[in-house]
Design a binder for this molecule. Structure first.
Ligand code: BGC
Length: 766
C-alpha cells in the first residue's frame, strides 16, 4: 500500500514522533493508533528464530524454529545460493510467527579467534563476510521480512563490550571492518542495522556520526533505520543527531521525553526527528504490509535444508590414506558424548529452541551396514579426564575397524558475553583423541566448535572433519559426509592458527580496561600470515574433498585496464578424481608495486562449482576498480593506484597455482589538493601532470648532481656519486617542496613553488 509518509508526519505531535524512537517493550516498536501507525515485532536471529510466543511477555516460551548452522559454519560453505535459501527459510518462519524483522546477519570480522561470538560471525575476510551477509539479507527480505545487520561496527570482542573504545585507523576501519557491512547495505539494501555496544575512536557506536551518517547514510545511501543493540544507548539526543533512529528495548518514558524537550528548547532541530520518523515508518510499513496471516511453512523442508546446509559447511581438514568416506560395511566405534548429545549452536541471544534435533549416533546407525558401538569418552559438563570413560572408549576403538570421535568445545568454552582466553579443547577431549588414536590408527575426529582450536593431537588422527556449530541437523549431516552421501566441499572462512601466540592480534587483544588498539592494522587473518610468511595450522580458504581438482588455466581479457573499466578473468578448473564434487575457486589480487603498505594478497572473487569426474569448468570473474583499490585517507575514498597487479587463483589462500597480470591505469587523483608536500610520484601517475613532474624531478636531480659532483671533487672521493645515485632513485617520493632550496639544486624560489602549486591545482581542477 502506498502512503504519504511525509504528510502523515506533518500530522503527528512532537510526542508521538519521539515515542516512535524507542521500543514498546523488549521486542516491539510502539504503535501510534491515532494516526494508524502499527507496531512491529523484531527478534533474534541470526541463524534461526528466537521468538517468544508472546513478544510482549518476557516470561512466555520461545517457539520452536529451525536452527540452521551458525554464521561460522554457513560461511564455510562459500555458497551464495545456499545462504540466500537459508535466508528465505528464515523469512518464511518470520512470516509464520508474525515477526517483521529478524536480528541478523552478524557480519563482524573475526579479528582474533578468541572472540566469544565468532561462531555467529562469518569470516576474517571482509569481502567474504560482505558477500555472505548480502545473500542472507536478500534471502530474508525477499519474503517481505526485514533484517538488522549487526553489530555496526568494529565490535570484535566480548570483553568489556559495553564500554571498550576501539581505536582503529581510518584505512583499516574502512578496508576491513566497515567493508563487511557494505554489501549487505549497498547491494542487498538491508532495511535496518543494529549499532554495536562499543565506542569507535572515542564515540559510542550509538552516537557515532562518522559511522551512522558519514558512512552509512551518505556514502552508502542507506534508506532504512538504525536501532541500538539491546541497551546500547548513551545520550539519547546525541544519538538521534548522529543518525540513530531507534532505541531498543524500551527503557521507560524518560528518553522519549528528552527528545521532546530538546526540540522544545531549540537544541534539536525537529527536522532531524522528522527524518528519523520517516526512516522508521518506511520500514515499519514495508514489513507490516508484507505480513501474511495464517502463513504456514514446511517444517520438514526446512529441516532438510538445515541438513543440506550443515553438510555443505563441513570442512574436511585431513584425510590420510583416504580413510573417508567410510565404507558402510566397516565396523565402527562411535565415541564422544557429542555424538549422542550434539553441540550444535552457540550461547547467548542466538540460542534458539530447535524444531527437531538430529544426533549423529542414530544417523550413523541408520547409514551403517556394519556394527556400530558407542562409548561416551568424556563427561559433558566438565573438563576432567575420566580414566574409566577413556579406557572404555579405547577398548571399543581397538575392537572395531574405524573409530569416529565427536569432540570439540562445550558451550561453557565459548559464548556471547565473554571471550576465550586460550585455543584449547577440554583436556578430556584431547586425551581421548590421543589415546583412541594410539589404539586405532583409523581414527576420524569430527569437531563441533564455533571457532578455531589448537590441535595438538592432529598428527595422531587420520582424518579430521570440522563441523562447526552445524545446527539442528548437524548429526545427520555428519553421517551424510562421513559415508560419502555428500562429498565435503566447505572451506575455512578463517585461518586456524598453530597457537594463540601466532595470531595477528595477539599483542592487542582484548586490550586494556578502556581501549583496545587495533595495532595489527590491515593485517587481519591471512593478510597477516601471508605477510609474515607464517605457516598456520590450516590456512584461510582451505578444505579437502573426496575428489581432486586441478587448476588448469587462467585467462584475462585485457592486459591493461583503466580503473573505470573492468577485467574478466577466467579460470579453468577440472575434477581429476573419480567422484562428483564441488570446488570453491578463489581469486586473489596481489599489488606488485604499491606506494602504500598493502597486504600481500586479498580475496576479490570466489565461486563454488559442481563438477562430475573428469569434467572441467570455466569460471569467470569480473574485477572492477574496487578489486585493486585501497582506502585513501586523504580523499576518504577508494583509490586504485596505477601499476601492475597479479591476479592469482587456486584452492586456498596459501595455494594459488594460477597467475596472470594486469596493468591498471588510474583515472583518479589520490589527494584533495596539490600542496607543497604532494609527491612527484603522485603527479607522475596523473596524465595531466606527468610531464611537469618528470621535468621538475629531473631538474632538481640535475641540480643536485652538479652539487654532488662538486662535493665529490672537493673531497677527492668519486664514490660519493654512487651515494647520490642511490638517493636519486627515491627522488620521486619527495614532496614538491624539495624543488625549492638546497634539495632542488637552488634554482626554484618559494614564490616559484607557490606559483607551481597554484597552476597544478588549476590544471587538475582542484
Ligand atoms: C546482542 C544482539 C541481540 C540482542 C537482542 C544483544 O545482547 O548483542 O546481537 O540481537 O541482544 O537479543
Amino acid at each position: 500500500m502506498s502512503r504519504n509518509i511525509k504528510e502523515l508526519i506533518s500530522q503527528m505531535t512532537l510526542e508521538e514522533k519521539a515515542s516512535l524512537c524507542s521500543g514498546l517493550n523488549m521486542w516491539q516498536t510502539k504503535a501510534v493508533e491515532r494516526v494508524g501507525i502499527p507496531s512491529i515485532v523484531m527478534t533474534d536471529g541470526p541463524h534461526g528464530l528466537r521468538k517468544q510466543a508472546n513478544p510482549g511477555d518476557m516470561s512466555s516460551k520461545t517457539v520452536p524454529a529451525t536452527c540452521f548452522p551458525s554464521g561460522a559454519g554457513l560461511a564455510s560453505s562459500w555458497d551464495r545460493e545456499l545462504i540466500r535459501e537459508v535466508g528465505g527459510a528464515l523469512g518464511e518462519e518470520c512470516l509464520a510467527e508474525d515477526v517483521q524483522i529478524i536480528l541478523g546477519p552478524a557480519v563482524n570480522i573475526k579479528r582474533s579467534p578468541l572472540c566469544g561470538r565468532n561462531f555467529e560471525y562469518f569470516s576474517e575476510d571482509p569481502y567474504l563476510a560482505s558477500e555472505m551477509g548480502a545473500q542472507h539479507v536478500m534471502g530474508v527480505q525477499a519474503k517481505g521480512v526485514g533484517t538488522s545487520v549487526k553489530h555496526f561496527a568494529a565490535n570484535n570482542q566480548e570483553t568489556l563490550r559495553n564500554s571498550i573504545n576501539t581505536i582503529v585507523d581510518e584505512r583499516t576501519l574502512n578496508e576491513i571492518y566497515l567493508r563487511a557491512f557494505e554489501g549487505p547495505v549497498t547491494e542487498a539494501d538491508a532495511w535496518t542495522l543494529m549499532c554495536a555496544y562499543n565506542l569507535v575512536n572515542g564515540d559510542f557506536c550509538s552516537e557515532n556520526e562518522y559511522l551512522l551518517t558519514e558512512v552509512l547514510k551518505k556514502r552508502w545511501g542507506h534508506s532504512g533505520f538504525v536501532m541500538t543493540d539491546w541497551g546500547a544507548i548513551n545520550e539519547r539526543v546525541k544519538g538521534l543527531q548522529a543518525g540513530l533512529e531507534l532505541e531498543m528495548p524500551y527503557a521507560g518514558p524518560e528518553r522519549d521525553r528528552m527528545i521532546v524537550e530538546a526540540v522544545q528548547a531549540g537544541e534539536l532541530d525537529e527536522r532531524v526527528l522528522d527524518e528519523a520518523v520517516e526512516r522508521l515508518l518506511g520500514v515499519i510499513w514495508k514489513t507490516f504490509d508484507a505480513r501474511q496471516e495464517g502463513y504456514v511453512y514446511d517444517r520438514e523442508a526446512h529441516h532438510a535444508l538445515a541438513r543440506q546446509a550443515a553438510a555443505e559447511c563441513m570442512v574436511l581438514l585431513k584425510n590420510e590414506g583416504r580413510l573417508l568416506p567410510l565404507d558402510p560395511k566397516q565396523s565402527l566405534a562411535v565415541i564422544g558424548a557429542f555424538a549422542d548429545k550434539p553441540r550444535y549452536q552457540g550461547g547467548g541471544s542466538s540460542h534458539i529452541s530447535p524444531s527437531r534435533l538430529d544426533a549423529a549416533l542414530p544417523a550413523i546407525r541408520d547409514a551403517a551396514e556394519g556394527e556400530v558401538a558407542f562409548a561416551q569418552g568424556y563427561g559433558l559438563t566438565d573438563d576432567v579426564i575420566d580414566e574409566k570413560l577413556i579406557a572404555e572408549a579405547v577398548a571399543l576403538a581397538a575392537s572395531k575397524e574405524v573409530a569416529v570421535i565427536f569432540a570439540g568445545l562445550p558451550e561453557s568454552f565459548e559464548s556471547e558475553g565473554f571471550d576465550r582466553t586460550h585455543l584449547h579443547m577440554p583436556a578430556s577431549h584431547c586425551e581421548l583423541i590421543r589415546r583412541v588414536a594410539a589404539a586405532q590408527p583409523n581414527t576420524v575426529v569430527v569437531l563441533s566448535n564455533g571457532a578455531p582450536i589448537a590441535m595438538p593431537w592432529l598428527d595422531a588422527a587420520a582424518a579430521v572433519l570440522e563441523g562447526y556449530l552445524g545446527g539442528q541437523a548437524s548429526g545427520s549431516a555428519a553421517a551424510d559426509v562421513l559415508f560419502g552421501r555428500v562429498n565435503p566441499s566447505g572451506k575455512l572462512a578463517e585461518t586456524f592458527p598453530v597457537s594463540l601466540e601466532q595470531t595477528p592480534a595477539y599483542l592487542n587483544f582484548p586490550g586494556g580496561k578502556n581501549e583496545v588498539f587495533y595495532g595489527e592494522g590491515l593485517f587481519v587473518g591471512y593478510r597477516y600470515y601471508e605477510a609474515k610468511k607464517e605457516k598456520p595450522l590450516f590456512p584461510f580458504g582451505y578444505g579437502l574433498s573426496y575428489t581432486t581438482f586441478a587448476y588448469e588455466k587462467i585467462e584475462v581479457d585485457k592486459a591493461l585496464m583503466k580503473d573505470t573499466e573492468s577485467i574478466q578473468v577466467t579460470v579453468t578448473v577440472r575434477n581429476t578424481g573419480s567422484r562428483a564434487g564441488k570446488e570453491i575457486v578463489q581469486l586473489y589480487v596481489k599489488p606488485v608495486d604499491s606506494s602504500v603498505v598493502r597486504p600481500p594478497k586479498e580475496l576479490k572473487g570466489f565461486e563454488k562449482v559442481s563438477l562430475q569426474p573428469g569434467e572441467s569448468a570455466k569460471v569467470t570473474f569480473t574485477l572492477g576498480k574496487r578489486a585493486f583499490a585501497y582506502f585513501n585517507t586523504d580523499i576518504h575514498d577508494w583509490f586504485a593506484e596505477t601499476g601492475i597487479y597479479e591476479i592469482v587463483a587456486g584452492p586456498s589462500s596459501a595455494d594459488t597455482p594460477l597467475s596472470a597480470e594486469v596493468k591498471v591505469i588510474s583515472t583518479g587523483i589520490p589527494f584533495r589538493k596539490v600542496t607543497r608536500n604532494t609527491k612527484f610520484y603522485e603527479l607522475l601517475a596523473i596524465p595531466e601532470t606527468a610531464d611537469f613532474a618528470e621535468k621538475a624531478m629531473n631538474d632538481s636531480v640535475e641540480g643536485l648532481k652538479q652539487m654532488g659532483a662538486m662535493f665529490a671533487e672537493s673531497m677527492g672521493d668519486g664514490s660519493l656519486m654512487l651515494l647520490f645515485d642511490e638517493i636519486m632513485k627515491w627522488k620521486k617520493y619527495d614532496g614538491l617542496r624539495s624543488m625549492a632550496g638546497l634539495m632542488g639544486g637552488g634554482k626554484t624560489t618559494e614564490a616559484d613553488l607557490d606559483q607551481v602549486i597554484r597552476e597544478l591545482n588549476e590544471t587538475l581542477g582542484l
